[in-house]
Design a protein around this ligand. Structure first.
Ligand code: AMP
Ligand code: MG
Length: 356
């Protein structure tokens, strides 16, 4: 919990803007102070993770109650561990019946398929049977499956196993299942941001298990500042991002893993092998106005590795990225480089900027 707060690192620095008259600065400071008085914060547990809200609005308390209800509603649709969720129903009826789905389930499945196509299958929610075999996204505990087991499950993970219609979804074979763990928090963040904006919130941030969205700026007009964690040391960071109105999402093997016989196995599975992805990356941070995209791409690019990810970034709009590689490089795409201050040299990281 402490760590999460540290890595949000919302430093409340006060900047005196050059060019402002003293009066204007004073008025601005007063406005910022008024806004600060309307700060409302809530921490809750949902979707198997800690969620935090930090918003400025005079009706903030009521707005956050609504936001929490919306999260519970979406959790009840998307969860794979809640047995009567829409997604659990879809999984239970695999190979048997199409199930009715809600508009949100339709929207998130549509997005997931879109990102599967965009990443050439690196993002694959149909990887679920193998995720479960490794004991992730289930209550059964982690274990290393045998090669035979993985081979037997591979045919059930094809991404065209899902038939999506307007009001129904259907998994074509018994044993197929989908897992929205790689995209659900991003989708939920976008829904919550829409709710907050509709309610008139212009400044604040939300963190859905580290899946961040920064609304507007700080109350004094300064950009929000976030630390990018050093994947090798949970108390350390490799640099700071300054942003407004954007989502920042990090995926990395260090976030969820287990050890067996001296080997570490993490939760992001390479659909090509059925094993935890080994792409030479320690983490991928995506910066985008769209949190659904940031979430899906952080997972997918972690599977794809640096070169393939940069090739995708060069042709795709609307996102920037910071990669940390196993060989000690921190690589920022040029669109975020100006807003990123590298601070990893003390830990022997080397900094590079990738160009379009
Ligand atoms: P994230 O934390 O967003 O990177 O997502 C990781 C979660 O997504 C895992 O815990 C699994 O539930 C699921 N997942 C694992 N591998 C993949 C994959 N290749 N594509 C999509 N989702 C995945
Ligand atoms: Mg993700």
């Amino acid at each position: 919990m402490k760590k999460r707060i540290l890595f949000l690192s919302l430093f409340l620095l006060t900047f005196i803007l050059s060019g402002c008259t003293e009066k204007r600065a004073e008025a601005q400071a007063q406005l910022a102070m008024q806004k600060e008085e309307n700060l409302h914060e809530v921490t809750t547990f949902a979707m198997d993770t800690v969620m935090m809200f930090h918003i400025y609005h005079e009706d903030g308390e009521a707005i956050l109650i609504e936001a929490e209800q919306e999260i519970r509603r979406l959790e009840a649709l998307f969860s794979v561990t809640v047995s009567d969720s829409g997604i659990s129903q879809l999984n239970e009826n695999a190979g048997s019946l199409p199930v009715d789905i809600s508009d949100d389930t339709h929207a998130v499945l549509t997005k997931a398929l879109e990102f599967t196509k965009l990443t050439d299958g690196a993002f694959n929610m149909n990887i679920s049977p193998i995720v479960q075999a490794w004991g992730f996204a289930t209550d059964e505990g982690n274990r290393v499956p045998t090669d035979t087991e993985i081979e037997a499950l591979m045919p059930l993970t094809v991404s065209n196993g899902l038939v999506l219609e307007d009001d129904t979804a259907y998994l074509q074979e018994v044993g197929m299942s989908v897992d929205l763990g790689g995209i659900a928090k991003g989708y939920t963040a976008d829904r919550i941001v829409a709710l907050l904006e509709d309610a008139g919130v212009t400044n604040g941030w939300i963190s859905l298990g580290g899946n961040l969205y920064m609304l507007g700026t700080k109350t004094d007009g300064a950009l929000w500042e976030l630390a990018v964690q050093n994947p090798l040391d949970s108390t350390d960071y490799v640099g700071m991002i300054s942003i407004s109105d954007a989502s920042v999402v990090t995926s990395g093997g260090y976030q969820r893993y287990f050890e067996e016989d001296g080997k570490t196995y993490h939760h992001i599975i390479d659909g090509a092998t059925g094993y935890p992805a080994e792409s030479g990356l320690l983490s991928v941070t995506i910066i985008s106005e769209n949190s659904t995209k940031a979430d899906a791409l952080s997972t997918a690019l972690y599977v794809m590795g640096l070169e393939e990810s940069l090739a995708l970034w060069r042709v795709e709009q609307d996102f920037e990225a910071i990669f940390i590689t196993e060989d000690g490089r921190v690589v920022a795409t040029e669109g975020i480089a100006e807003q990123f201050v590298f601070e990893g040299s003390d830990n022997d990281f080397i900094y590079e900027v990738a160009e379009k």
